[in-house]
Ligand binder design. Structure first.
Ligand SMILES: Cc1cc2nc3c(=O)[nH]c(=O)nc-3n(C[C@H](O)[C@H](O)[C@H](O)COP(=O)(O)OP(=O)(O)OC[C@H]3O[C@@H](n4cnc5c(N)ncnc54)[C@H](O)[C@@H]3O)c2cc1C
Length: 509
């Protein structure tokens, strides 16, 4: 008999709409139905930077000149946090941002009548630094509920409890192995692999950094644990179990066992982009300024940026914080030592797509903040549905599908048709799990892509980061989650604070 999985097919694709063929009903009464979903595909801007790289573009004479105490390149959470700290000390700060909106990975989009996060959706560590940022941004944290895991057609919440593990695992031995993994991570205590990284890594941290996540979990010998963690690594770190290091896996996953194990997680109304917007509203940000050259001249720094119309702005500052990713920093900062430039260029970044499906009813059989279909397909890892307190009442229901791409698939994130095709495959895979008839309620599909969405905490990357990547270079200081090669909001905030402290030392010396 033909199954729904066999039958849901993307048949025609084009920018502006996605067509699928779906089997409705079952058995003899089943009939194929073609559907058309209005869709939009958009992406981060790359044209100016790519042109510079491919054509060795010579910058025209600056059309505008400006001065500031501190220039910051990039208005992600790291750059915005650094700006907050420096402004609180009375310094004049100007952020140059290549995109038309602030936030970096913390951006959102109106889909239907809902504001949906296109990238980061939650954070876990309610540190004093995070509280300070939330308070300055004027937003409040909202706890999100536990995840749902769909394994073998059954849905599990409180998945990591002993009772649910017994049900979900293939055998008592596997349930026991998963319990041991959980208890080992929760009992790490002083051996907890923390961020931010120290300048000198302990032997324990070096060992975890040098171990792949797959090697670390191999002794548990559990296919279910492997599937769950592989999906998690792809979703949260942009790489699979072979790519990412055990240090980052243990740090990140320690907050994922659910509320029963103290794993509180938070978002804010409208998603983390509300934090970015709150911070951005209190600083000077110049959007559409793609920084292409940073050079130390005399006692200051010259920063040249290009607008989409090709005109150049020259900003002269006492110091600069580069809070753009390191593959960008390595190309725009003049005079970097080879060892630092090479280390920056060795960091790996995953291309990433998120697909946001607006519908009249839920596309998920069990409402949860984050739903994992295990084993995850090649096309997507998990589906986020913002909890009610974080959505405006009555706004359109939207579920957000997280679809990290392999590094070899970067071109998909650069092209409308390739993206639309990928969206078709993602939708086909996702509809297999949707309640029958849910597809009838889809009103709109919005897809967004980053060419370099997330820094991958690859094996060995933490040592490289702590030794070379984030070292200040004269009056040029670095910030960003890739300072520690660990993609999380808290780490972006921590690096912003650290870079502001470096700048204060420079300005006062
Ligand atoms: C899809 C996705 C989901 C994620 N989910 C989560 C999550 O739920 N929780 C979590 O903690 N983390 C999540 N992350 C990780 C996220 O990367 C961090 O949390 C954090 O937001 C990164 O902040 P950042 O400031 O280091 O870098 P970014 O946010 O990348 O900011 C860098 C900024 O620099 C700008 N820029 C780049 N080049 C230039 C240039 N030449 N000139 C001027 N500006 C430039 C960029 O436009 C961007 O605004 C997610 C990431 C992605 C991609």
């Amino acid at each position: 008999m033909t199954s729904r999985r066999d039958f849901i097919r993307t048949i025609v694709l084009a920018s502006g709409s996605i067509y699928t063929l779906e089997l409705i009903g079952c058995g003899q009464g089943a009939r194929p139905v073609a559907r058309t979903y209005p869709s939009v595909t958009q992406r981060q801007r790359t044209a100016i930077a790519h042109k510079l790289r491919q054509q060795s573009l010579v910058l025209p004479t600056p059309a505008r000149q400006q001065r500031t105490d501190v220039a910051i390149v990039g208005s992600g959470m790291a750059g915005l946090t650094a700006a907050m700290h420096l402004q609180q000390q009375g310094y004049q700060v100007t952020i140059l941002e290549s995109e038309p909106r602030s936030g970096g990975a913390a951006v959102r989009q109106r889909v239907g009548t809902s504001d949906v996060s296109l990238g980061s959706v939650y954070f876990v560590d309610m540190t004093q630094d995070v509280r300070d940022v939330l308070s300055y941004a004027g937003v409040e944290a909202i706890p999100v509920g536990d995840d749902a895991y769909v394994v073998g057609g059954e849905t599990y919440t409180d998945f990591w409890s002993d009772a649910q593990l017994r049900r979900a695992a293939a055998s008592a031995a596997e349930a026991d192995a998963m319990r041991r993994f959980r208890d080992t991570v929760l009992a790490l205590g002083d051996a907890f692999p923390a961020y931010p990284l120290a300048d000198a890594l302990s032997d324990h941290v070096r060992q975890l950094d040098a171990t792949s996540a797959r090697a670390y979990i191999a002794p548990y010998n559990s296919p279910l644990l492997t599937s769950v963690l592989d999906a998690y690594c792809r979703s949260s770190m942009g790489g699979n179990l072979d790519d990412v290091n055990a240090h980052c896996l243990l740090n990140f996953y320690s907050a994922e066992f659910g509320a029963s194990f103290g794993g509180e997680r938070y978002t804010v109304m409208g998603g983390p982009s509300s934090i970015a917007r709150g911070l951005a509203a209190r600083t000077t940000i110049q959007h559409d300024e793609c920084v292409l050259r940073i050079a130390q001249e005399g006692s200051g720094v010259q920063i040249d940026s290009m607008r989409p119309d090709g005109s150049v702005t020259r900003t002269t500052a006492r110091t600069v914080i580069v809070a753009a990713p390191k593959f960008v920093a390595s190309r725009i900062v003049q005079g970097l030592p080879d060892v630092q430039r090479n280390a920056m260029q060795q960091l790996q970044y995953a291309p990433y797509m998120t697909v946001h499906v607006a519908s009249t009813g839920s596309m998920l059989s069990t409402p949860a903040f984050d739903t994992w279909h295990i084993p995850a397909t090649e096309t997507y890892t998990d589906i986020v549905s913002a909890p009610q307190p974080a959505r405006r009442p009555g706004s359109t229901h939207v579920c957000s599908i997280y679809a990290p791409l392999r590094r070899t698939e970067r071109a998909t994130a650069l092209d409308d048709d390739a993206m639309a095709q990928r969206v078709g495959h993602i939708m086909a895979d996702m509809l297999v799990h949707a309640p029958v008839g849910a597809a009838d309620g889809i009103t709109e599909i919005y897809a967004w892509a980053w060419g370099h969405g997330i820094v991958i905490p690859t094996v060995g990357s933490h040592l490289q980061a702590s030794l070379h990547v984030r070292r200040p270079h004269g009056r040029v200081v670095f910030a960003g989650t890739d300072n520690d090669a660990s993609p999380a909001i808290e780490n972006a905030i921590a690096s912003g604070i650290r870079s502001a402290a470096d700048v204060l030392r420079l300005l006062r010396s």
